[in-house]
Write a protein that binds this ligand. Structure first.
Ligand code: FPP
Length: 250
């Protein structure tokens, strides 16, 4: 039986830092690449679980801008795994009316990975039942730099006014411009940091850290994270008393 409270709201958007593939593999006496393969299996089952639970948006940190510094064989294996994943999942995503998006410096990905990704994004762009976003070659700091560059260009051209800039307008220049901020961010495998993931968008997110390595993460673990989220009081800078008077705070 699920530990999710049916009387409380569930997160609309969950972001996941899928960590621990390497440590899981080491514990099993397997190569790191086998750990990533097993991680990809978990990714598939967690996408299904999010849909079952009713979460509208899932964003997965699949490859950070810093991950290029890993050994070349591991980087190549991760790119191949991603291509395989995207190509294999495309049918299911289309059947389930899922829209795929990507955030990050996508144009710097290897040709084959970029092509597979762009084609899947294009083919699913009119789907509107559910939303999957892959963070690839992603860095929050790069995202801010790219947004500042794009805004400055518009300001120089005269299509945007510097004096009118506020968060709402600036956020339209982020990679995440058409997805809501994450309500809950989960990181597996015991580390309690964000590692450059959605730093701007997580200003009011709840965080859930678990010791479980990503390849061992199941729907039951996801439900525990959602139940933990439901026990939090999100105040967005208000007082607890103000929140109690707002019915939507459940
Ligand atoms: C972190 O584990 C994981 C990654 C850097 C890659 C994430 C990739 C997957 C889950 C598989 C492929 C993804 C998709 C979307 C198909 P780690 O290698 O840092 O683990 P460690 O900290 O234990 O070494």
């Amino acid at each position: 039986m699920s530990v999710i409270n049916p009387d409380k709201s569930i997160p609309r958007h969950i972001g996941i830092i899928m960590d621990g593939n390497g440590r899981w593999a080491k514990q099993q006496g397997l190569s790191r690449i086998k750990g990533h393969r097993q991680g990809a299996e978990t990714t598939r089952s967690i996408i299904d679980a999010c849909q079952d639970i009713g979460i509208e948006h899932l964003t997965l940190y699949a490859f950070s801008a810093e991950n290029w510094n890993r050994p070349e064989t591991e980087v190549n294996a991760l790119m191949e795994l991603l291509e395989f994943f995207i190509e294999k999942e495309l049918k299911t995503l289309s059947k389930k009316n899922v829209r795929l998006r990507a955030i990050g410096r996508i144009d710097e990905l290897p040709n084959r990975t970029r092509k597979a990704l762009k084609s899947a994004i294009e083919k699913t762009k009119n789907n509107d039942s559910w939303n999957l976003t892959l963070a690839l070659n992603y860095s929050s700091r790069d995202e801010v730099i790219d947004a500042v560059k794009a805004f400055s260009t518009a300001a120089v051209k005269g299509t945007r006014k510097i004096e009118n800039l506020d968060w709402e307008r600036f956020s339209k220049y982020l990679y995440t411009k058409d997805i809501p901020d994450p309500d809950l961010i989960i990181r597996t495998s015991g580390e309690t940091r964000l590692s450059n993931f959605l730093l701007m968008q997580s200003a009011y997110s709840e965080f859930y850290f678990t010791q479980t390595h990503w390849p061992d993460f199941t729907k039951t673990h996801l439900e525990e994270a959602v139940a933990s989220y439901q026990r939090r009081e999100r105040r967005f800078g208000l007082t607890g008393e103000q929140i109690e008077k707002t019915p939507a705070s459940t």
